[in-house]
Design a protein around this ligand. Structure first.
Ligand code: SF4
Length: 365
């Protein structure tokens, strides 16, 4: 099979290793761009949320590059994620006449047998190599998350703007090229050292901002207009609420055995939003509260336009913000959103947080 899959942040590096390890050729579309979004918007229903459109555009690019199979995940809960791949399949096959196979992994706890049948079909290597591919994928994802977290810590301290982004980009390419777990670990150690060696101004005291919201827009820099990097270049330490390995542990592995994950977040959200509203809506509330308790200076909520879970969270956040005295900026993202507009809003938010910190420390008249 010539497999393509959703590009979401750096996750493609792990997924590429996985499918190649299972014995397939992978077709990696270019990083999402305006062209990708235009393509997706052209064929998606108008009401579809932004991630749907970007993914559809990405699949179209991959199909033009020769992909014949799309592998994606399904979803549960009261939002549209569960219908995504079904609708995309209909658009690609019936409306646009592509001869493409669409394989959807549903959450394990709902469909162990379905997952087994998909794997039986997908795995073209022996059991040992299958386990090896899973282990290598996991190690690559752990490495990518470790590198990204370190880049978030160092970026606001760097003496020359852009150094961290350049070093971490090379590090990602290095992890992509690694062929074994030993190689992944060795390269990660070297690249972490390289990041730590970046000239830094340790006298700075960066503001601390948490970034919350729907998983795709939080993880994919094209869709969120490089929010994490932009804030870092403004001298802000960003704590991203979602990393793929944590998410996989809490939502795929624990969930498979019906063990509730992210209980601290859900417990925190309880007084304001006791119900699951789909997507990351409940998490957005719980994480905002946890950031307040950890003394963060502010929170940025990333929400795709028309995303019901994040709209629900957005309607509750003002109350949370008032109760915990924590400024929250919501960015609604759609195909009209531009980088300049987002940067301007972030700049104003950072100014506000700086003044607030000075006031709290009694540094203003
Ligand atoms: S969480 Fe929001 S953006 Fe994601 S599928 Fe559901 S409605 Fe769409």
């Amino acid at each position: 099979m010539k497999i393509t899959f959703p590009r979401m942040g750096t996750s493609w590096i792990g997924l590429k290793a996985l499918f190649e390890g299972l014995g397939h050729e992978t077709v990696l579309p270019p990083p999402p761009s305006k062209h990708t979004l235009d393509l997706g918007t052209k064929y998606a229903p108008e009401f579809a949320c932004l991630p749907f459109k970007v993914l559809l555009g990405s699949y179209l690019e991959a199909l033009e590059m020769g992909a014949d199979t799309i592998v994606s995940s399904g979803g549960v809960g009261p939002c549209r994620a569960g219908y995504y791949t079904q609708l995309q399949k209909r658009i690609l096959r019936e409306q646009l006449s592509y001869d493409v196979r669409v394989i959807t992994f549903e959450p394990l706890n709902r469909n162990w047998r379905g997952t087994y049948l998909i794997l039986k079909d997908l795995v073209e290597v022996g059991f040992g190599d299958f386990l090896g591919a899973l282990w290598l994928t996991w190690q690559k994802l752990l490495a990518l998350d470790a590198l990204e977290k370190e880049s978030h810590r160092i970026r606001p301290l760097e003496r020359h703007i852009g150094t961290t982004s350049r070093v971490v980009k090379d590090a990602f390419a290095d992890i992509d090229a690694a062929q074994s777990v030993d190689e992944v670990r060795a390269r990660t150690a070297v690249r972490l050292e390289e990041l730590r060696a970046i000239p830094q101004d340790l006298a700075r005291e960066p503001l601390r901002v948490g970034v919350i919201g729907e998983i795709y827009v939080v993880l994919e820099p094209f869709v969120n207009q490089d929010v994490v990097e932009t804030l870092g270049h403004m001298g802000v330490y960003v704590h991203r609420s979602i990393f793929l390995t944590d998410w996989t542990k809490d939502n795929a592995i624990l969930d498979a055995f019906r063990i509730p994950g992210e209980m601290n977040i859900k417990r925190a959200a309880q007084p304001y939003l006791p119900e699951m509203v789909g997507g990351h809506g409940q998490n957005s509330i719980g994480e905002t509260i946890l950031y307040a308790k950890r003394g963060f200076d502010g929170v940025v909520q990333l929400a795709p336009f028309t995303c019901i879970p994040e709209i629900v969270a957005k309607s509750i956040i003002p109350k949370v913000s008032e109760d915990y005295n924590l400024p929250v900026l919501t960015l609604m993202l759609d195909e009209q959103t531009g980088k300049a507009g987002v940067s301007t809003r972030l700049e104003a938010f950072v100014d506000l947080l700086t003044m607030r910190r000075q006031r709290l420390r009694g540094e203003t008249a």
